[in-house]
Design a protein around this ligand. Structure first.
Ligand code: HEC
Length: 122
């Protein structure tokens, strides 16, 4: 009886972790994926993306900031206060896509932190 209880509790915990991950994935898609081609690729997204794909951004940040904490700080700051001087991507990125518009007002600091930690943990 006790074993069954433990087993069902573990399944419950696992399901809620999976659910949380899925919710986060959708949230990132909604907030960043429209421009950054995050999540599942669709023809629609491929036609409309207007920024470097998120996996490219993640790679760039990991190369430039070996410390995860620094990477998180950079990404959070850039998302709220983008500027040409801070950019890791080269001039050609601006020529093609323009500078990223600030996401101020589009998400709270807490939401941004959750998103950035999620993206950089992948
Ligand atoms: C309206 C479109 C748009 C949305 C929404 C958007 N971005 Fe961007 N982002 C861009 C563009 C365009 C660039 C490339 C030019 C640049 O670096 O500013 C970019 C670049 C970046 C960079 C790399 C900056 C560099 O060059 O070093 C980061 C980091 C970034 N975005 C994070 C995010 C995150 C996190 C979100 C979601 C919370 C997000 N962006 C949402 C358009 C967008």
């Amino acid at each position: 009886m006790k074993n069954i209880l433990i087993a069902s509790l573990s399944i419950l915990a696992l399901t809620s972790v999976l659910q949380a991950t899925q919710d986060m994935e959708e949230f990132v898609n909604k907030k960043c994926g429209i421009c950054h081609l995050a999540g599942k690729l669709t023809k629609e997204k491929l036609r409309n993306f207007s920024a470097p794909p998120m996996w490219g951004v993640t790679k760039k940040i990991k190369i430039n900031f070996p410390s995860k904490q620094d990477g998180i700080a950079f990404m959070m700051d850039f998302t709220m206060n983008p500027s040409k001087e801070k950019m890791l991507f080269p001039q050609e990125t601006i020529d093609r896509f323009g500078l990223m518009p600030s996401q101020k007002g589009n998400l709270t600091d807490k939401e941004l932190q959750d998103i950035v930690e999620y993206i950089l943990s992948k």
